[in-house]
Design a protein around this ligand. Sequence first.
Ligand SMILES: Cc1ncc(C[n+]2csc(CCO)c2C)c(N)n1
Length: 222
Amino acid sequence: MFSERLKNNATGILNRIENHPFVTGIAAGKVPNKALVFYVEQDFNYLTAFAKVYAGAIQKCASRDDMRFFYQQLGFTLDDEVLAHQIFCDVAGEKYEEHQRADQAPMTYLYNEHMYNAMRTGDLIDVLAALAPCPWTYNEIGKKMISENANSTLNPFKNWIEFYGEDDSVEQMFTMIDREAGKYSDEELDQVEQRFLKSCELEWEFWEQAFYQKDWHFKNSN
Ligand SMILES: Cc1ncc(C[n+]2csc(CCO)c2C)c(N)n1
């Protein structure tokens, strides 16, 4: 299966994500407030782009069932993921409403543009490949934490861990990817794989960016 190849070739990156200090901090119930706030500000921006790419994907669908999947996921992204942000804000003692207007930091810009590029220049399979690492890596992170009992009632991130660890919507994405993959040559599938791996790498960059609050170097210099 093509999706197995994607996952296999991304295991190295997934490993690095699972061992990133931001992610191990969630499991341990301890992440610096600055990192949580930077993450929420950037993720609010990222999820807005993500929802628009879902809307673009709908235009590439051949069936109403596929359209319905994206439509449901679009609703999840707009309405339910705020819960994950709310948890981070609660732990940091911050008001969520005050962190919804930030400019895009470099990696947010790069990740958003990477997804827009797939939407603009690719087929349905290209869009799916650019999007799938988002639910895939989060679901893997959450499942691993649950298997290690990191979701104890003592952990302030318990609900965050269960929210992502129990969301297995990515399986539907991989099923669609495998179905679409039958229409393409090996060379074309190599390109699809590159889109997938870039998004996996950008997932790692997103944690890294928030953990160290990496912004544009010359943002405030004029
Ligand atoms: C940088 C970043 N990557 C992944 C997610 C998780 N996520 C975003 S949208 C979505 C639902 C997909 O249908 C999931 C699981 C995030 N919040 N931020």
